[in-house]
Design a protein around this ligand. Sequence first.
Ligand SMILES: Nc1ncnc2c1ncn2[C@@H]1O[C@H](COP(=O)(O)OP(=O)(O)O)[C@@H](O)[C@H]1O
Ligand SMILES: [Mg+2]
Length: 262
Amino acid sequence: MPCRPQGSPLNHLKQHDVLTLSARFIYLNYGLAFWMGSRFLVDGSVGLSQILTIQLAIMIGAFALGNVAPNIQAVTSAVAAANKIYAVIDRVSPLDPASTEGKKLDAVQGNVELRNIKHIYPSRPEVVVMEDVNLLIPAGKSTALVGASGSGKSTIVGLVERFYDPVGGSVYIDGHDVKGLNLCWLRRQISLVSQEPVLFATSIYDNIKHGLIGTTQEQESEKAVRELVERAAKMANVSTANGIKSSLRHTLYAKTLDEMMF
Ligand SMILES: Nc1ncnc2c1ncn2[C@@H]1O[C@H](COP(=O)(O)OP(=O)(O)O)[C@@H](O)[C@H]1O
Ligand SMILES: [Mg+2]
C-alpha cells in the first residue's frame, strides 16, 4: 500500500489556526478582566480580593474553554458517527423475532431446500449474491458446502435462519416455506456454530449450558442439566468418550478459556 503522508499542509494550517484562536481567546479574557477590574477598583465599587477572585475564575475558566476548542473536531466526528449507529439501532427490521405469528410444526425432520433463490443484500443493492440457486439438504445427512470465500455459503445459512428474505424463490423446511413459520420457533430449531464463535468468559461447562437458555430444559435440576451438558460435550468430542482423561475433563469444565490458555 502506498505510504500516506502523516498530515497534509492544510491539516497543519487548520491545527495552527485552532491553537492561535484558543490562545487569542485566553489573552482577550485576561485583557478584559484587568481592564474592567482596574475601573471597578478606581471607582471603589469592588474590593481587591474580589477582583482577584474574579480574575482567577476567568483565567481558569478561559483556559478550560480554550482547551476544549481543539477537541471540537473530534466531538463533531463522534456526533456524525453516533448518528449512523443510532440509524442502524433504530431501524425496525421487517423480520420481527418476537412476533407470535406463523406456524409452529409439531416435529421437525430437518429437510432443507432452497428453490430458485435470488438474493441481494439490502445494503448492497447493486450486487446479486445468488441467482437461481437450488439446493436440497436431506435430513440426517452430513452435507458440506464448499466454495471460495464470498461465494455465498454463509448467505445460505442466513437465509435458512431467515435473517434475510430472498428477493426471489423460497426456502423450505420439511416442505414448509420458512416465510409461513414462526420466526422465533424456527430459529430455536437451528444450532449454529459460526466461523468465529463467541465464547463467554466463563467455564466451558457454563458456555455449553448457555445453549439451554430459552428451552424447556432450562429450569431442570442441576443433575439433569449436567447430564445434558456432558452429552453435548460428548457429541462435540470434548469429553471422555474421545479419550480425554477425567482430570483434563474436569479442567475443561471448571476453568475459563483464559485460564486454560495462560
Ligand atoms: N450483510 C451483508 N451485506 C452485504 N453484502 C454481504 C453481506 N454478507 C455477505 N455479503 C456479500 O455476499 C457475498 C457472499 O458472502 P458470504 O455468504 O459471506 O460468503 P462465504 O460464506 O461463502 O464466504 C459476498 O460477496 C459478500 O461480500
Ligand atoms: Mg462465510
